[in-house]
Ligand binder design. Structure first.
Ligand code: GLU
Length: 321
């Protein structure tokens, strides 16, 4: 009974009103999580920031809070890198990276030893480093970075998206664990290119700066079975499969809990952003820099939880009700 009372059916519950309400509720939240401090420029972002944007299947865009302010998308870029790599080599990718949740931290190295240098999935750091190496099988780092930038600009329909070079440089300076992961996988033969070139490219992908509005617009192809503002980006089956991976692996060792609480495919980044997809209905981006213990936005998750409760957008919601 409670669930149906919470479902948005009236105009008052339209997405724009719902997210305005949620932004207002969370504005003064006492506990906001902890801002990532292992990449210095990220540590400088105030934890008071909160933004949310929802793009509906009919193209309507709703925003609330700091939705126009660019932030470091970090690991959300792993979704776009995966899409490009599947476009480049198709299912061959899966001989070098798995499709199972890791149950481990985003930068964990432990499974790589017993699993012979094959990362569990493309959304943990090790997996995304392999995905980047795959892209560099055909492109120079400069070309791969340019391709990524063009791709997200096209998806979002916004040429204002940039890569934050300060963040990319800081990641490189502090990327000891990522260097360990890449070198370790190189020893197993699962990184083919030069480790520094692969990492330099990976760090640039992570350093993409986007606002909630730009990110939600960029996620439209995942909401629309592979189509973004009238253009086919990938086929329907691939869109479905990327969504499945986001649902099962998009939040590191917190992925099961995210599916349980929110029930949407989603991908988080340590910049505090989350891209979530309600297939056929909405593409959603939320940003709040304070993180939980697994490196996922604390208030971002809370906002999405409230959003699905009030709209009935969870993929587990019976559609016939
Ligand atoms: N650039 C970050 C790293 O490699 C990405 C981690 C994340 O966003 O979860 O450490």
């Amino acid at each position: 009974m409670e669930a149906s009372l919470n479902k948005g059916t009236s105009d008052a519950d339209a997405p724009g009103a719902v997210i305005a309400e949620i932004a207002e509720e969370l504005r003064f939240a006492d506990y906001r999580g902890k801002v990532a401090d292992y990449i210095p420029p990220l540590a400088a972002v105030p934890d008071t920031k909160f933004g949310i944007a929802v793009v509906m299947a009919d193209g309507a865009v709703h925003t609330a809070g700091d939705a126009e302010e660019a932030f470091s998308i970090q690991s959300i870029s792993k979704v776009f890198a995966l899409t490009l790599a599947l476009g480049a080599v198709g299912d061959q990718l899966w001989s070098r990276v798995g499709r199972e949740p890791s149950g481990s931290a985003f930068n964990s190295i432990v499974q790589l030893e017993t699993e012979h240098g094959i990362p569990r999935n493309p959304f943990i750091n090790a997996g995304a480093i392999v995905v980047t190496d795959v892209l560099l099988g055909r492109l120079e780092p400069r070309e791969a970075i340019g391709q990524m930038l063009r791709f997200v600009r096209e998806l979002a329909g916004d040429d204002g998206i940039v890569i934050d070079e300060v963040v990319a440089a800081a990641e490189s300076e502090t990327g000891f664990r990522n260097r360990a992961l890449a070198n370790y996988m190189r020893a197993f033969g699962n990184i083919h290119g030069d480790v520094e070139r692969v990492l330099g490219t990976y760090f640039h992908f992570c350093a993409l700066a986007m606002s909630c509005r730009q990110l939600a617009l960029a996620g439209r192809y995942l909401m629309n079975g592979g189509i973004s503002h009238g253009h086919r980006v990938i086929n329907e089956r691939r869109a479905r499969r990327i969504n499945a991976l986001m649902m099962s692996c998009g939040h590191y060792d917190n992925s099961g809990d995210f599916a349980y609480r929110i029930g949407l495919p989603g991908k988080s980044g340590v910049g505090g952003g989350i891209l979530a997809v309600a297939p056929g209905t909405a593409s959603i981006a939320v940003w709040s820099p304070g993180l939980n213990q697994s490196g996922n936005s604390h208030l971002g998750q809370l906002a999405l939880e409230r959003l699905v409760q009030r709209t009935g957008w969870s993929v587990f919601e019976p559609r016939s009700l």
